[in-house]
Design a protein around this ligand. Structure first.
Ligand SMILES: [Zn+2]
Length: 103
């Protein structure tokens, strides 16, 4: 069993685990139960994804890379840079929150 990735939160961990599962890679999320006790534990405990079969690891890493690339692309597509003030604005806004200029 090999650790593949440390997720930012339980939702990310579960999404990744589901993706691996769909591609026939058996994976488990460890540590997610700790988030239930948030506040009592150090903030640096994140759920991690482990690949059960060592031989699946290279494939899991490829899937992980594709998944992270997609995620980054989506995040970048959502945000835009304001021509008025250069602020990075979240894609859910049509107007710059800082100077009010239209996208
Ligand atoms: Zn602006």
């Amino acid at each position: 069993m090999q650790q593949l990735y440390q997720a930012a939160d339980r939702i990310e961990a579960q999404l990744l685990c589901d993706l691996l599962d769909r591609h026939g890679v058996e994976a488990r999320v460890f540590g997610d139960y700790l988030s239930g006790a948030a506040g009592e534990l150090p903030a640096d405990i994140y759920p991690s994804i482990w690949v059960i079969e060592d031989r699946d690891l290279p494939r899991a890493q490829t899937l992980l890379k594709g998944w992270l690339d997609d995620k980054r692309a989506r995040a970048e597509a959502r945000s835009w840079v304001c021509h008025g003030c250069g602020e990075l604005v979240d894609g859910s806004f049509d107007l710059c929150w800082r100077c009010g200029k239209e996208h």
